[in-house]
Design a protein around this ligand. Structure first.
Ligand SMILES: Cc1ncc(COP(=O)(O)O)c(C=O)c1O
Length: 373
């Protein structure tokens, strides 16, 4: 079984509630033997998440990737989809699983998200949708993206895997676009071991998504579409209900870590701590820094130095998706089309941030970064 090196500090660690509090949920499952297929915990979690997130329609999934694949099916997206190369591979992989062509557009260096000023130039007669990512939970420029989509008749599916609980201008960020997709993977702020969800803006679309995630079944004898098995189990849903009780606490603990990094690294020459949107709440899911040319070490040297001290910072997102073998042949993958994304991918380092990161561990991370100045 793979294990972490002794005493290593990972980039993130899943938040887990007290084990004894999960036992009654398990006893309930054992009693009623409803393990999956829209069981009572699944229904309760949908309701609870709608309230918590401030959205109207949610469909729970077994993970975020199947949710992305299904979201594209639900809107019958065809042809080309404009997206970002600066993300986790699942964003673009969901397009390939639907036989769609990703068209990469460069990012904005302020927020690491699709640069709306570059979207129109990438639209062709085959473009049917835009799939932006709220990277590190920074909101995309949702208003401008919506305007472009409206002008050209395009759909918008947000990969909101990082953006759990984010409000933008006093309402849920997930209410923007046609659909938003969340991930509840173990590494996320809110986890159900594995898990995900699609937020729809109307009941009819949620209904279609619910059929699609259950093989297309509308009832025992009516199969409406070539759906998939994307259902969240009762075990995951029960765990989600328990996690929801602790998620504010987990986010508050992450905030303390974020505050400390800003205090201790904000003024280190050659280290840029990205600024945050004034219009959005935060969930402190990632702590990216940029290692600039005037820092004494390159980004990779700093990454190695931290590793030598058992600190497992991660180069999210490097390499860019557009550099991967299944994407690099695309015309939009050429590096001169994506200069900012390349710059960011070569400078970024995500530092450990999670509820149980100790003060001493964080002090050590900051000390190592400052020690070479
Ligand atoms: C941006 C992004 N999209 C999609 C996914 C895929 O989600 P999942 O792991 O739940 O399948 C992830 C993370 O895992 C992600 O970070």
């Amino acid at each position: 079984m793979p294990t972490l090196p002794n005493n290593s500090i990972p980039v993130t660690q899943p938040f887990l509630p007290p084990l004894e509090e999960f036992i009654p949920y398990l006893e309930h499952i054992w009693e009623n033997r409803w393990l999956t297929n829209n069981g009572p915990f699944h229904q309760q979690l949908e309701e609870a998440l709608c309230v918590y997130l401030g959205v109207q329609h949610i469909s729970l999934f077994t993970n975020g990737t199947i949710a992305l694949v299904t979201a594209l099916q639900a809107l019958r997206i065809t042809g080309e989809v404009i997206t970002t190369p600066y993300s986790f591979v699942a964003t673009s992989h969901s397009l390939l699983w639907n036989n769609l062509k990703p068209v990469f557009v460069d990012i904005d260096p302020q927020n690491f998200n699709l640069d709306p000023a570059r979207i129109e130039a990438a639209i062709t007669p085959h473009t049917t949708a835009i799939m932006p990512v709220h990277c590190y939970a920074n909101p995309c420029d949702v208003e401008t993206i919506q305007r472009i989509a409206d002008n050209y008749g395009l759909r918008i599916i947000y990969d909101a895997a990082h953006a759990f609980s984010i409000n933008y201008k006093d309402q849920s960020l997930l209410r923007h676009g046609d659909l938003s997709v969340l991930s509840f993977h173990a590494t996320k702020v809110f986890n159900t071991f594995e898990g995900g969800a699609i937020i729809s803006q109307d009941a009819k679309t949620k209904q279609r998504i619910d059929y699609l995630k259950n093989f297309g079944f509308a009832d025992e004898v009516t199969i409406t579409a070539p759906g998939i098995n994307g259902k969240m189990s009762e075990f995951q849903a029960a765990f989600g209900l328990l996690q929801l009780k602790y998620v504010n606490e987990a986010i508050a603990l992450r905030k303390k870590i974020d505050d400390q990094y800003r205090i201790h690294l904000g003024k280190v020459p050659g280290i840029t701590v990205p600024i945050q949107s004034n219009y959005a709440t935060r969930n402190y899911s990632y702590f990216p820094i940029l290692v600039e040319e005037n820092y004494p070490l390159t980004r990779d040297e700093l990454y190695e130095k931290l590793r030598q001290n058992n600190i497992l910072a991660r180069r999210y997102f490097y390499p860019l998706i557009s550099e991967m073998p299944m994407y690099r042949g695309l015309a939009s993958s050429k590096s001169d089309n994506l200069p900012i994304a390349h710059q960011m991918a070569n400078k970024v380092l995500c530092l450990p941030i999670y509820a149980e990161l100790s003060k001493a561990e964080q002090a050590l991370i900051c000390e190592i970064i400052r020690s070479v100045i």
